[in-house]
Design a protein around this ligand. Structure first.
Ligand code: GLN
Length: 307
């Protein structure tokens, strides 16, 4: 059956699941999104992308950006320096939890996919000023997505920057423990900005497709990311990418993925394809309910689990 027909069929079956979720509202600007919109793009390596549903809906990367800040920081600093500051283990706690920051390994965030870890990682992107660090990350994301016009949604950025008391407290705690150096507000600015980069499913499907192709852009033939760092990113996606629902997702869907509180999910089927999904209504653990359902039925239909 043609990809487009399969996507349409499974998307229609998954739509109703949005009713079980709720749009994130702790960043006020995110609360304006239509809860039951649902869209998907599948980008097979060396093929044209195929989309269904509300795939033209734009949304902000939010935590999906953590995969790319990690990769860029790894390319800038190397593994040793990165993992000296941030760990490699899942937490089993919420993405913005601070519990383990104090109790275990004081100050060292468990992994780069939770907020504390991602804020530390943002500070390790090379660049003299926050503007320079952010510009380098934006350029990297534009290249991965194949679109030079991608930009920050300034309403979402300002909304998050104005309400981020929890992320601020995490960041100051990191500074107290010498994980963050220099200006905390500068590092938060870079973090909030990369969370606020606006994309569509097509963009994230292409980014995922390049990860599925071990870091090589099949259009240009260019190696954008060393294979080792793609491997590291995929490991974090499987173990921590869906926050404290990562184990369940690995069982039900079985592919490396990263979600964000805007309702986006980027999923990588190694050697085959990248998938981008948007569905703003979230489960309690912060993942798109209809989006996860759609990926689950697609994984079953096409036998995508890597396990
Ligand atoms: N910008 C969001 C935050 O820091 C990202 C969180 C997420 O997508 N889980 O709270």
């Amino acid at each position: 059956m043609e990809d487009r027909v399969v996507l349409e069929e499974l998307l229609q079956q998954s739509r109703a699941y949005s009713a079980k979720g709720k749009v994130a509202d702790y960043i006020p600007e995110l609360a304006k999104r239509a809860p039951n919109s649902l869209g998907i793009t599948v980008h097979r390596i060396d093929r044209e992308p195929v989309s269904a549903g509300d795939c033209g809906t734009s949304f902000t990367l939010q935590s999906i950006s953590k995969v790319f800040s990690l990769i860029l920081a790894l390319m800038d600093q190397g593994e040793e320096r990165i993992f000296n500051k941030v760990g490699m283990e899942p937490t089993g706690d919420n993405f913005n939890s601070m519990v383990k920051l104090e109790l275990v390994n004081p100050g060292k965030p468990f992994n780069p996919m939770i907020n504390a870890g991602a804020i530390a990682i943002s500070s390790m992107i090379a660049g003299k000023t926050p503007d320079e660090r952010f510009a380098r990350l934006l350029a990297f994301i534009r290249t991965m997505a194949g679109d030079d016009t991608i930009a920050v949604n300034s309403n979402v950025y300002e909304s998050e920057a104005a309400t981020a008391d929890r992320n601020r407290s995490l960041a100051y705690f990191l500074k107290h423990n010498q994980v963050l150096e220099g200006s905390v507000e500068d590092h938060l600015e870079v973090y909030f900005k990369h969370c606020s980069i606006e994309v569509t499913c097509r963009h994230i499907a292409r980014m995922a497709m390049i990860l599925a192709n071990n870091g090589v852009d099949p259009e240009s033939g260019q190696k954008l990311i060393p294979r080792r760092y793609v491997q590291i990113a995929k490991v974090f996606m499987i173990t921590c990418g869906m926050y404290n629902a990562s184990g369940e997702f690995a069982i039900q869907v079985g592919i490396p993925a990263k979600s964000g509180v805007s309702g986006g999910i980027l999923a990588v089927v190694p050697g085959q394809m990248g998938i981008g999904v948007i569905g703003p209504a979230l489960s309690e653990k912060g993942n798109s309910v209809a989006g996860v359902q759609l990926l689950q039925s697609l994984s079953a239909r096409w036998d995508l689990s890597i396990f």
